[in-house]
Write a protein that binds this ligand. Structure first.
Ligand code: KG4
Ligand code: ZN
Length: 339
């Protein structure tokens, strides 16, 4: 440990994972603990905000202690506390923010607020150095965005979904097929077993638009299932999953490629829970790798879904830039990334 090394403790409680992690110099993962609540929300088919908050309250201290113990560090050795300020569920966010404020106050540490999506993007900094300008395809349960970055900490949304997020569409389609929550990974698995033989729509929107729309596709899948049921026809879940996945990936990858070319970026980053999707990872690799002109960054699976390592990595940038929060920090459920 040198004097210049910076250790950030990250805290993330915006949805249904209680997470804490320690990251060195914004790029080296020291310890990473995630307590998932998925089992508690499964029987409701989605995240129940009150249950999420209660679990966060129960878990937060244990998770923070565990991450320090795993790193073999004391809180005194931490340089700053970074926490997700938003967007997310207000009650859930508040648990993390209050824990971070308490730690920062008691131990006189700087407090840094982090945008959840900035966190997802900065998960990539844990696998390599970011080169600007870059383009990030953010695909999570609540977001589908193309974000352009000309430098650290500067985010420009050049395209976003006009209705459902990609993850949301995955979860709703999965529900229609009788698969458990969260449905994304189940559709992904089924899709590998089927063929994209069912014709489904792709919403390209206006020419040159980098926006997305997945509600029409979602409705088309639901209608296909209902029509088949009414006619007593057996429909292959594998083929339907493969067709749905192909439609989502086709639009995501085509628009990302167009934007990357137009903006002449150095890197393309994949971020968010849906970045765990095998089909999407493979399709992006096919398009960008070997192209030689730009570098494709895709985080490992455990850094794609919600975690606190990404919050610590993004928090490092704000810390370096002297952008500190204070004891008035509050939860911002609809926080914008453009600031
Ligand atoms: O980023 P995340 O963990 O939470 C939010 O910030 O929303 O993303 C969760 C979303 C869920 O909709 C889940 O179904 C989806 O990511 N997801 C996947 C896969 N793994 C997680 N979607 C498609 N394929 C996957 N393998
Ligand atoms: Zn997320």
């Amino acid at each position: 440990m040198t004097n210049e090394d910076v250790y950030i403790l990250g805290i993330e409680t915006s949805c249904d994972e209680t997470a804490a992690a320690i990251v060195k110099n914004g790029s080296e993962l020291i310890s990473n603990v995630v307590a998932s609540q998925i089992e508690s929300h499964k029987r409701f088919g989605g995240v129940v905000p009150e249950i999420a908050s209660r679990h966060h309250v129960e878990q937060i201290t244990i998770v923070m202690e565990e991450t320090l113990a795993k790193a073999n560090m004391e809180i005194e050795q931490i340089d700053a506390i970074a926490v997700t300020e938003g967007p997310g569920l207000v009650g859930a966010l508040l648990v993390g923010i209050n824990a971070a404020k308490a730690l920062a106050y008691v131990h006189s540490k700087p407090l840094v607020g982090v945008h959840h999506i900035a966190g997802h993007i900065y998960a990539n900094q844990l696998i390599g150095k970011l080169s600007f300008p870059l383009l990030s395809l953010v695909v999570s349960g609540g977001h589908t965005e193309l974000i352009y970055m000309k430098e650290h900490g500067h985010f420009q949304v050049i395209g976003e979904t006009r209705d459902d997020a990609a993850g949301e569409a995955y979860d709703k389609v999965a529900r229609t097929l009788g698969l458990p929550y969260p449905g994304g990974p189940h559709i992904d698995k089924l899709a590998q077993l089927g063929s994209p033989t069912i014709d489904l729509p792709r919403a390209w929107l206006e020419k040159d638009s980098y926006d997305f729309s997945f509600s029409g596709l979602k409705s088309a899948v639901i209608n296909t299932v209902h029509n088949a049921k009414q006619k007593g026809i057996e429909i292959s879940k594998e083929d339907l999953a493969a067709s749905f996945q192909e439609s989502v990936i086709d639009v995501l990858v085509t628009k990302t490629k167009q934007a990357a070319e137009e903006l002449e970026v150095e890197q393309v980053l994949l971020a968010g829970g849906v970045a765990a999707n095998k089909g999407l990872r493979a399709a992006l690799q096919e398009v960008f790798v070997d192209n030689g002109k730009l570098e494709l960054m895709i985080p490992p699976l455990h850094l794609c879904t919600d975690n606190a390592a990404m919050i610590a990595a993004a928090g490092y940038i704000s810390f370096q830039q002297g952008k500190y929060g204070d004891m008035s920090m509050n939860a911002h459920p609809g926080l914008s990334i453009e600031g």
